[in-house]
Design a protein around this ligand. Structure first.
Ligand SMILES: NC(=O)c1ccc[n+]([C@@H]2O[C@H](COP(=O)([O-])OP(=O)(O)OC[C@H]3O[C@@H](n4cnc5c(N)ncnc54)[C@H](OP(=O)(O)O)[C@@H]3O)[C@@H](O)[C@H]2O)c1
Length: 364
């Protein structure tokens, strides 16, 4: 007999809840969206239209009490993630929390403890572990195509609505993302992905971290930020070891490359972002490579001559995240994005913010 699908309840129906989670989850056979918690009238109307079969709740706690919900997906602003996750776990629900997992390491530890104590699964929506650009970089490094990597630069820079220099002072087109109290600021928003990817590529134990934030608006969140993770060499001198540099922010009318890697035998450069977010806005899911105009370029020394090639690259696929969560809930496979694995990047983010605040290099 076929099992009933895993009942999913989504809390929050903004960009993430509607475009990312709802679109992906409805394309995974083992899931059925049974409930959505939404307060705002306009978003409620969208939820009813998109999911006429789902129960619409007006609060997260009401959704946690719904017996048809097995898995709670938290797609609300960053400051709410820890308390919502603990509430859902105490109600006996499995939890997927969107990035950034939590505001700090101690919140994250409490979330993990709540999941463990209540015997439920906890994962974090680090969908960008399945970006085409990231998977291609991982493959290039694993195959040693640039030799030993010296410097890996990972940047998400643009010139968009935030900070919106020319807008009136009180105008905040990106809402909660422009307030510190809600966990806003581009360094937390994008750093959640870039630092998690750094941990996946290099491990979470750099020797030193130095970061710098700049503030270009009358807000209490940074406009742009950089952080350098200095990994050590085995001899303890740290003269060698990867330098992983991240930059985020909207101060670049000409964007930096998404990736620039320099190594002992070559270099790698790639512009532009993974196309899956745009595809999700069109309701499309499934494997996708970078657009041809964003294909990576690899320059390497082969038999004494520099070879300059455009790579095809690997395909990304966010569905893999939810297929794995379903498989893990059903006991078919190991969970891929575990909360402790994500906590390593939360720790780096905390250290980077401390470095920027105190203007110091922090040794770990
Ligand atoms: N992984 C990714 O690629 C990705 C992409 C985008 C966003 N995200 C993440 O998704 C999360 C939400 O971002 P977003 O862009 O979707 O924000 P958003 O568009 O502003 O939507 C936020 C939603 O949360 C609800 N909400 C806000 N405060 C709440 C509270 N205290 N209790 C219950 N509901 C509350 C809002 O409900 P009302 O309208 O009813 O107030 C709204 O439905 C963030 O963690 C963000 O980093 C991840």
């Amino acid at each position: 007999m076929k099992q009933r699908p895993i009942g999913v309840g989504i809390v929050g129906y903004g960009l993430a809840g509607r475009v990312f989670h709802s679109t992906l989850i409805r394309n995974v056979e083992d899931f059925a969206i049974g409930a959505i918690a939404v307060r705002n009238e306009g978003r409620r109307a969208l939820a009813v239209m998109d999911h006429p079969e789902a129960t619409i709740h007006s609060s997260a706690s009401e959704l946690f009490a719904n017996p048809d919900v097995d898995l709670v997906v938290i797609a609300t602003p960053h400051d709410t993630h820890a308390s919502m996750c603990v509430g859902a776990a105490r109600a006996g629900k499995h939890v997927v929390v969107d990035k950034i997992m939590c505001m700090n390491v101690s919140e994250g530890e409490a979330m993990i403890e709540a999941a463990d104590t209540n015997g439920v699964l906890l994962s974090v929506f680090q969908n960008r572990r399945w970006d085409a650009d990231f998977l291609t970089v991982q493959d290039v490094l694993t195959r040693g195509l640039v030799g030993e990597p010296f410097v890996i630069e990972s940047s998400v820079t643009g010139f968009g609505l935030t900070p919106g220099y020319r807008l009136p002072a009180g105008d905040r087109p990106r809402g909660w993302r422009t307030y510190a109290e809600f966990g806003g600021g581009p360094f937390r928003d994008w750093g959640a992905h870039l630092l998690d990817q750094a941990v996946q590529l290099c491990g979470g134990s750099p020797k030193r971290v130095v970061a710098d934030f700049q503030y270009r608006r009358d807000w209490d969140v940074e406009t742009a930020g950089t952080a350098t993770l200095i990994f050590g060499s085995d001899d303890g001198t740290d003269r060698e070891g990867i330098r992983f540099v991240i930059e985020v922010g909207s101060i670049s009318a000409i964007p930096k490359p998404r990736w620039l890697i320099r190594g002992s035998e070559g270099a790698y450069i790639q512009y532009g972002r993974d196309p899956q977010e745009q595809a999700l806005h069109r309701g499309e899911v499934g494997p996708r490579k970078m657009l041809p105009e964003h294909a990576p370029r690899l320059v390497r020394e082969v038999e004494g001559a520099l070879q300059d090639v455009v790579l095809d690259g690997l395909a990304g696929n966010y569905l893999a995240f939810y297929q794995n969560v379903a498989g893990a809930i059903l006991g078919r496979e190991e969970l891929m994005v575990t909360a402790p694995s994500v906590l390593r990047s939360i720790r780096l983010l905390e250290v980077a913010a401390e470095s920027a605040r105190t203007n110091q290099v922090i040794a770990l």
